[in-house]
Design a protein. Structure first.
Lengths: 145, 270
């Protein structure tokens, strides 16, 4: 995982794909409707989420996409697993959805405020916990496929 | 005039086995490279810290890392580590250089003052800590010795600088043994996702101020928690210049030859 603030996004242009497009989307566009994926280009899509009091128990992971979570309002508690050694899969990886689930385990909590982001690279196990009304954008950056 | 000591943090964002590894968070507060830099800042003998990276755009973000942590940055050859270190030494007018790589966040900063003192007192060219895990020792060297090394060294293999500088046949080398245990079969370097997981587990088990983590704590946590991916198999392969590899045991035998012919300092009583 890589953590940053709004001012950092474009600085990752050389090292994380599509960060220029993400930065332009956040600063320039009207926000998309809630809960609906919007395809920005062939390798980048975004969804706007509005969540509260929701906790995901299991850890999800992806193999083909980088997840880029950008907080618009409130606080997003991102729980990231310390590792995946010896974990049992709750849902085996589905390459069509680029999605798999692992059982809960020890984790660290990253509390993100509005204007902050977390980038989860392929294979990094993560889950969310929202303790207050939170609005965020989740970008999926296709890096393999 | 006092000798100037510069810590060169050798860092690139590209990595085949763990892309962007040095930027990845090792705990909620720090990226791997940020953690390393903040630990180095606590070493009193170091005058300045310089991130030594490449001119390539993939490493642009390290400008931001340098700014955030208020350290200097030098951008030079993508492949020639030696060139980057020599340029930094020249620009900073340094007498002593430290080579620390960004993928070693657990570099044992607690021994650096002693390494520098030993280099000065014995008028050595190069000092490292021995019988410690892979990824634990900083390398301390005289700028002049590095310059001399560069004259006879193929720059394309400068990633393996240790093999050329830690050579008692050519340089006055010194070694420091910090404790009786030989922990050279342990690894705390980060090359793969499993390595990162191991270091995160170690750090999450350390309840004090994370930046104060010492090698003795790391070894204790590895032992107590049986932390996975901590031990190197004797049959494990060590990479050498020009695509060659050698068994870890064979590599240790060669290191023993170098150690035996170096000036020795022990930090504990028998």
């Amino acid at each position: 995982m890589i953590i940053g603030t709004h001012r950092d996004i474009a600085r990752y242009a050389g090292s994380i794909p599509s960060t220029n497009e993400i930065e332009a989307f956040i600063t320039g566009s009207e926000m998309p409707p809630f809960d609906k994926w919007v395809q920005i280009n062939g390798r980048l899509k975004v969804i706007r989420l509005n969540t509260f009091n929701e906790a995901h128990t299991n850890f999800e992971y992806h193999k083909k996409n980088i997840d880029f979570h950008y907080v618009l309002k409130g606080h997003d508690n991102m729980l990231v697993a310390v590792g995946d050694a010896g974990l049992d899969a709750v849902k085996s990886y589905d390459s069509n959805d680029d999605y798999g689930l692992f059982e809960p385990r020890e984790d660290v909590t990253i509390k993100l405020s509005a204007g902050q982001w977390i980038c989860l690279l392929p294979g990094e196990l993560h889950r969310n916990f929202f303790a207050e009304p939170t609005e965020k954008l989740v970008f999926k950056i296709l890096v393999d496929g | 005039m006092a000798e100037k000591v510069i810590a060169c943090v050798i860092a690139r964002t590209v990595s085949k086995r763990l892309p962007l590894k040095i930027l990845r968070a090792i705990n909620p507060e720090h990226s791997m490279i940020g953690f390393l830099i903040e630990r180095l800042k606590r070493v009193s003998s170091i005058d300045d810290i310089v991130i030594c990276t490449s001119v390539e755009s993939v490493d642009d973000i390290l400008e931001d890392v340098a700014e955030r942590h208020a350290v200097k940055i030098y951008r030079g050859s993508p492949d020639n580590v030696l060139e980057r270190m020599l340029q930094v030494g020249k620009r900073e007018n340094a007498n002593i250089l430290l080579r620390i790589t960004g993928d070693n966040p657990f570099t044992s900063t607690e021994f650096i003052d002693e390494q520098i003192r030993f280099l000065r007192s014995e008028n050595l060219d190069y000092v490292r800590v021995i019988d410690v895990p892979v990824g634990a020792t900083a390398e301390v060297m005289k700028y002049n010795a590095l310059e001399e090394c560069s004259r006879s060294m193929d720059p394309s293999v400068s990633e393996y600088l240790m093999l050329f500088m830690f050579e008692p046949r050519k340089f006055k080398c010194g070694v420091i043994k910090p404790f009786p245990r030989d922990a050279s079969n342990v690894s705390i370097t980060v090359d793969t996702p499993n390595d990162l997981q191991r270091n995160k587990q170690i750090l999450s088990a350390y309840v004090e101020d994370s930046l104060s983590l010492k090698l003795i704590d790391i070894l204790r946590i590895i032992d107590e928690q049986d932390v996975p991916f901590s031990y190197i198999k004797p049959s494990g392969q060590i990479k050498l210049p020009y695509g060659k590899t050698v068994d870890f045991e064979e590599f240790l035998a060669d290191m023993k030859r170098r150690i035996t012919n170096s000036t020795y300092l022990q930090l504990y009583e028998n």
